[in-house]
Design a protein around this ligand. Sequence first.
Ligand SMILES: Cc1ncc(COP(=O)(O)O)c(C=O)c1O
Length: 335
Amino acid sequence: LLEHGGRLREALIRYEIPLAEWLDLSTGINPQGWPVTGQLADSCYRLPEEHDGLECAAADYYGSDQLLPLAGSQAAIQTLPRLRRASHVAVLAPTYAEHAHSWRQAGHEVCELSADQIERCLAQFDIVVVINPNNPTGAVIERGRLLRWRAALARRGGWLLVDEAFIDTTPEQSLLPYLPLPGLIVLRSVGKFFGLPGLRLGFLFAERALRQQLREWLGPWAVSGPARAIGQAALEDRLWQSGARAALQSASQRLARLLSEYGLNPSGGSSLFQWVQGRRAEMLADMLAQRGILVRRFEQPAALRFGLPGSESQWQRLAAALEQIAAQPMVAVEG
Ligand SMILES: Cc1ncc(COP(=O)(O)O)c(C=O)c1O
């Protein structure tokens, strides 16, 4: 299994700091998730049923009914490669590692490329996978460019797979209004913006035939009853959504300002994280971890991803740690 953020238990052993004392900034997940309350027993005592209201709530929220609910967008990431014969696949890099891994595991030939490299070599590929906005860099590929790639791929029966897990605060960048279009597949996650990663709920948007194929492959009850019930309520809660959008945007700007104050100028980011590149990334991650703050470290290129603190005391704790670290010689990550 690949390494991910949120692996607090490993850090706990390495740094000998008890679980409850950690500030976990290693994931790009809303730290103030949709408040789960209410009576869920009913959804546990019955088998889940399709069209119980979740599909309608999702169609309203996303603005497209060309959808299939999934146990997290990860379910599609793992399954889509099994629905095609051996293909040439371009995956945007650097990015969420599960995409390239899943296509390779299913026997496809995978190249990890920048957006400009994909554009130049498009004719060589059957499948292009992009994450928009990208995790961890926050880079956005503009819609016109993606639609051109989609058209070129569809002409030879290919797919453009766009993972929009981090797009909820900038929905105007989404490709969902263009669905259904041949070869266009869009993934959305309820884990990030709604702050509900443990719910395991996401959606695939695509033409009907592909949705049917995936539905068959995943089998009955692919999404649990509690996930369906909580997901529906979160997707319908417009008031919470508009508050969360504004709060995340301002928290993300605050994080960028705080990091910049200590010479850690983000080279990218989204409303859910900031991305700081630099060759001393490993050392800085270690110094933060010694102070009980977990961030996600990347090796290629050397960089750190900082998620958002979730309370004023967490902000103060991060600021104090950065202050202490900056007071030591030779620790700027830049360069
Ligand atoms: C870009 C991206 N896509 C998809 C996922 C999977 O999310 P989920 O399966 O919780 O919807 C992740 C998880 O970190 C991610 O970073």
